[in-house]
Design a binder for this molecule. Structure first.
Ligand SMILES: *[C@@H]1O[C@H](CO)[C@@H](O)[C@H](O)[C@H]1NC(C)=O
Ligand SMILES: *[C@@H]1O[C@H](CO)[C@@H](O)[C@H](O)[C@H]1NC(C)=O
Length: 408
């Protein structure tokens, strides 16, 4: 007897081979159909997400007043961006935000600002301005009349360690955005954040838009100055309406924790001394501080007076406005004066360590000429430092809690 398991007949062998081919075939079929249905699922999921995202964006951009505008606000979860977005929404304009929630001064404050915006019907897309596909989606979904470009890498010191962050955020992203705006039809008008930092030690005070500002004193200033040149080129080549705003030191509720006045209030509350710098003639440093509500008015007035972009689909049709405005308070405040007001508000005292600077002190007394913005925008800062800091302190204690205050 032949053992069939050892010596299979040709027919047996054939049928067994057939069986294994069938099984392989069935497996392949099964895997194919599984993959196909999986892909369909992913795809429809993606399309569903895309459609629901567009629906949310459209709702956020909805205009609720006569002659309202629809504004794409970049850096919407930032300090100025969140305030401007809320102000526009409150008067009935359409607002869509975009923000990459960068971690420069921590994400949690930005997340909270986003929740606040969300509560008021402003949707903030979590994404990067330097992503052309995201911008295409937004511009295909909404016909923006204006772009308020506030997304930026800020801070003067941070640039020493992270120069490329400034090139990416302040130059590359700006070009990506301008490319999209240039080919949009109709083209939106653009208002964007330059900086008062473009003025250097060689500039006379008060700083004026007419002054020769080059060379910029820092890399941060350099990227902002470059932005002014790049936007000017897009204005001349493609008819984009451009307004650049040179912000000075903006302070107030929901402000940026990396700024000096935040460290002052932290130190006062924790009983730590504050370092106060003086120039070589023992003169206190002074800066131009402007309250956030006043800056918001300047931003909104800028949007309302842009004038139209003239081009469409990438080609120019006539010249368009190119404007630059200083937005500051127009009066200098010394650091000790600011610290004293904080002390009064907190009913606490702090030790001030006075440190002399070795520099020549040329830029120790910086403030700004705002007569151009007064004339063209009706810009008139209305909040004095005492009132503004009172609002800031109230917000600070509410947001961070007062570690030394009465527990309730
Ligand atoms: C260019 O602008 C003029 C008005 O200034 C308008 O009459 C004309 O239709 C525009 N041309 C294009 C191609 O948009
Ligand atoms: C401020 O700037 C305007 C021009 O915008 C100029 O006429 C005026 O003299 C300047 N004021 C000072 C104090 O420099």
């Amino acid at each position: 007897m032949e053992d069939p398991f050892i010596h299979s007949t040709p027919t047996q062998f054939k049928s067994r081979r057939l069986t294994s081919i069938t099984i392989v075939f069935l497996w392949v079929l099964f895997l194919l159909s599984f993959t196909a249905s999986y892909l369909t699922l992913i795809n429809s999921d993606h399309r569903f997400l895309q459609t629901s995202l567009q629906k949310t964006v459209r709702a956020s951009a909805h205009i609720r007043r006569a002659n309202g505008i629809s504004v794409l606000v970049t850096g919407a979860a930032g300090f100025i961006g969140s305030h401007v977005s809320l102000a526009l929404k409150a008067r009935g304009d359409g607002v869509v935000g975009v923000d990459n929630f960068g971690s420069y001064y921590g994400r949690s404050l930005k997340m909270t600002r986003r929740d606040l915006l969300d509560f008021h019907g402003v949707f903030v897309v979590d994404g990067d301005v330097n992503d052309p596909r995201l911008l295409s989606m937004l511009f295909n979904t909404v016909e923006f009349t204006h772009v308020m470009h506030l997304a930026a890498q800020v801070g003067v010191q941070y640039a020493v360690e992270n120069p490329y962050a400034y090139v990416r955020s302040n130059i590359a992203s700006l070009v990506t955005l301008l490319e999209k705006c240039k080919s949009a039809d109709p083209q939106p008008a653009i208002v964007w954040a330059s900086s008062g930092s473009v003025y250097g030690p060689h500039n006379k005070v008060p700083f004026s838009e007419m002054d020769q500002v080059d060379p910029p004193p820092t890399l941060y200033a350099s990227t902002k100055r470059t932005g002014e040149e790049i936007t000017h080129t897009y204005n001349r080549l493609y008819g984009l309406s451009i307004t650049g705003l040179r912000f000075f030191t903006v302070y107030g509720p929901w402000g940026r924790p990396d700024m000096a006045y935040f460290s002052f209030i932290r130190n006062i509350l924790q009983g730590r001394p504050i370092t106060v710098y003086q120039d070589k003639n023992r003169v206190d440093l002074a800066r131009d501080f402007i309250y956030i509500d006043d800056i918001v008015k300047g931003c909104v007035a800028s949007l309302d007076t842009t004038g139209r972009s003239t081009g469409s689909g990438g080609s120019k049709n006539g010249s368009a406005p190119y404007r630059i405005f200083n937005l500051g308070n127009g009066s200098p405040v010394t650091v000790p004066a600011l610290v004293t007001i904080l002390e009064e508000n907190l009913k606490m005292k702090v030790t001030k360590d006075v440190v002399g600077m070795c520099g020549n002190g040329d830029d120790s007394f910086a403030y700004v000429n705002i007569s151009l913005a007064e004339r063209e925008l009706g810009f008139k800062p209305a909040t004095d430092l005492r009132t503004g800091l009172r609002e800031f302190v109230k917000w600070y204690l509410w947001y961070y809690g007062n570690p030394l205050g009465p527990k309730s």
